[in-house]
Design a protein around this ligand. Structure first.
Ligand code: FES
Length: 113
C-alpha cells in the first residue's frame, strides 16, 4: 500500500492587526511568493497572489472595494474577488490564487500550501 503525503503548508507572519487600515492592501513576500494582503470592511483579512492574471503587475497597487471585498488592478482595471480570486471584469479572464489567512491575537499570517 502506498501512502500519499500532502506537502506541508507553511505559515508566515505578515504583519500585526494594527498595521493595515480597513480597505488597505499591501504587498508582502512570503516563502519567495508575492502576496497581496487586504483588510476588508468587515474586518476580515484576505490574501491573494500579488500578480494580476492578465500581466505581471502587483494587485496591491490597486484600489480596494472594502465592502465588496474586491480589488481593481491598477494597470488595466480588471476587478478581482478577494473571496474567490475570480476575475470579475476584463481584460483579465483567469482567476488569481487565494490563500488562507490566520489571525492569532495581534499576528496576521498567510498559509501557503
Ligand atoms: S495587468 Fe491587471 S488588468 Fe492588465
Amino acid at each position: 500500500m502506498m501512502l500519499r503525503r500532502t506537502p506541508a503548508a507553511s505559515t508566515t507572519r505578515l504583519c500585526g492587526t494594527g498595521d493595515l487600515e480597513r480597505g488597505e492592501a499591501r504587498r508582502f513576500v512570503a516563502d519567495g511568493r508575492p502576496v497581496c494582503l487586504v483588510r476588508c470592511a468587515d474586518d476580515t483579512w484576505r490574501a491573494v497572489a500579488d500578480t494580476c492574471s492578465h500581466e505581471d503587475f502587483s494587485l496591491a497597487e490597486g484600489e480596494v472595494d472594502a465592502e465588496a471585498c474586491e480589488i481593481e488592478c491598477d494597470k488595466h482595471g480588471s476587478l478581482f474577488s478577494l473571496l474567490t480570486g475570480e476575475a470579475l471584469t476584463m481584460p483579465a479572464t483567469r482567476p488569481i490564487a487565494v490563500y488562507e489567512v490566520v489571525v492569532d491575537g495581534d499576528d496576521v499570517s498567510v498559509v501557503l500550501a
